[in-house]
Design a protein around this ligand. Sequence first.
Ligand code: GLY
Ligand code: MN
Ligand code: MN
Length: 440
Amino acid sequence: MSFQLKEFQQRRAKLLANMGEGIAIIPTAPELIRNRDSHYPYRFDSYFYYLTGFKEPEALLVLLAGKENRSILFCRDKDMEREIWDGFRYGAEAAKAEFGFDEAYSFNQLDEMLPKLLGNQSKLFYSLGADAGWDARVTGWLNQVKAQTRTGISAPDEMVNVRKLVDEMRLYKSAYEIDVMRRSASIAAAAHLRAMQKVRAGKMEYEIEAEFLHEFYRKGAQAPAYTSIVAGGANACTLHYNANNCELKNGDLLLIDAGCELDGYASDITRTFPVNGKFSAAQKDVYELVLAAQAAAIAQVSSQNHWNAPHEAALDVLAQGFIDLKLCKGSLDAVLETGDYKQFYMHRTGHWLGLDVHDAGEYKDTRSKENQGNWRKLEAGMMLTVEPGCYIRPADNVPEHFWNIGIRIEDDALVTANGCEIITKDAPKTVAEIESIMAQ
Ligand code: GLY
Ligand code: MN
Ligand code: MN
């Protein structure tokens, strides 16, 4: 077993210790049909992958915690006929050896073995509601155990959300995960730089999206981490725009929110820059405001602070800026209190980042009674995005020179002992850097 796979084994050991006693059932994601006999590119379930490192579909992890801990994989059989068509599959025997499970069996043995494994277990650790198909199957197995109560076999009488335990683990990135995430971030940063070099008025948004895919795949990323947003001009004011089918116009800004997935881990970067390489006065005013808000937020990303401190810092800067630019009226306190700033900034300033782009983990503390409901403290090893923005749709209360300016600046930050490390820093973002790159 490789050094890296040992880490997955250690995660199972940790979850088993956290379970105390009982059985966990954690299936991976299903293959999804796109049309007729074509599938979407397969993506494993993040929880299953986090605990196994195993990427094949049709697999399920069982953990048995108690006096003796055991981890059991169910996976596809070796099948030479299928492997000729679809490629290599481990099969139970090789998977057990390679990934360090205590036992491994065929996926076809699930219905026979799970009712036996569930018998006499006190607690079931499972994520109810995540997948209706698995819910039905697990319920069926439980009912088979319950049907045997007269023979003295008991069914678990407590169900615990297993994801909640794993979420807590996923929040703290290991040295290995940080290394992968730095590489994911640097591929995405290079793609943003490439986009700045390729953009010209008259090109289509999808041509720039193609530059991202080119850079992601050429550097070994397996997929975009989410559908890229390539939004010229007014399209940038649609937060989840991803039609990416309009022409880029001289004088417009281009907002690109794009990141890749490398070995399961997402990067998430947004840059906004002028199609013609030079910010107009109004564009520059708003851009510098968002950049200042981001700097203020980044300065708050530290293990001294709680989750919401960066958002609060960004809001203070943005709201004051909206007042200075005559987008909002009144005092800073009034604009924050009434929420008038939401006309131009309606989302939050970040999210956890990891295997999922909007990664697992609570934002408020749910671990102890006294902290219940408080924003959780940032701690070294946590990874989050910092992404303030400003989106100005045409409106009677808005000076016309600001209409259709949409700007977001997003970086990925690793919380360190005394601050943070911006792992996406290679993507240019000051006005001077952007204008100089685009002038070349
Ligand atoms: N790209 C998704 C987000 O920024 O949250
Ligand atoms: Mn984001
Ligand atoms: Mn993003």
